[in-house]
Design a protein around this ligand. Structure first.
Ligand SMILES: [Zn+2]
Length: 132
């Protein structure tokens, strides 16, 4: 069994196969579904060709089931979903809302694993959150 991704609010599964499906709203008001890769650190994104994802644009992510905003109180540029591994350990996965910014953090207790070449961008915020 692979890692499962779930909504922090309604606990619905958000992944199907290798894809994590989220509802996205661009800062220019356009809305659509996107699929992020379930492997942390893999930044391939699937989206409708008419729902463009311009580099540098900020997106707000919502649970496609309950529509709760997947906000993270650590930093307004980060989203948060939950991940459960095959041993049933639950992690908080934080990732950037900015298209093209490769910053992902996987937190459990005070342990943080970081992914992506831009993961240094929010490390100060993540460390603050980990010691809370
Ligand atoms: Zn939900």
């Amino acid at each position: 069994m692979k890692n499962q991704f779930v909504c922090p609010k309604c606990s619905s599964y958000l992944n199907i196969g290798e894809d994590v499906i989220l509802a996205a709203e661009a800062e220019d008001g356009r809305k659509g579904l996107i699929m992020l890769h379930a492997d942390l650190g893999n930044y391939s994104v699937k989206h409708n060709t008419d729902f463009e994802i311009p580099e540098g644009m900020r997106f707000e992510f919502h649970c496609p089931v309950c529509h709760m905003g997947l906000a993270c109180d650590v930093n307004p540029n980060l989203s948060k979903i939950h991940m459960t591994d095959p041993e049933n350990q639950t992690y908080e996965v934080l990732f950037s809302k900015i298209a093209g910014e490769k910053s992902t953090y996987c937190l459990v207790g005070e342990t943080v694993n970081m992914y992506g070449q831009d993961s240094g961008n929010y490390v100060d915020f993540i460390n603050l959150s980990a010691v809370k």
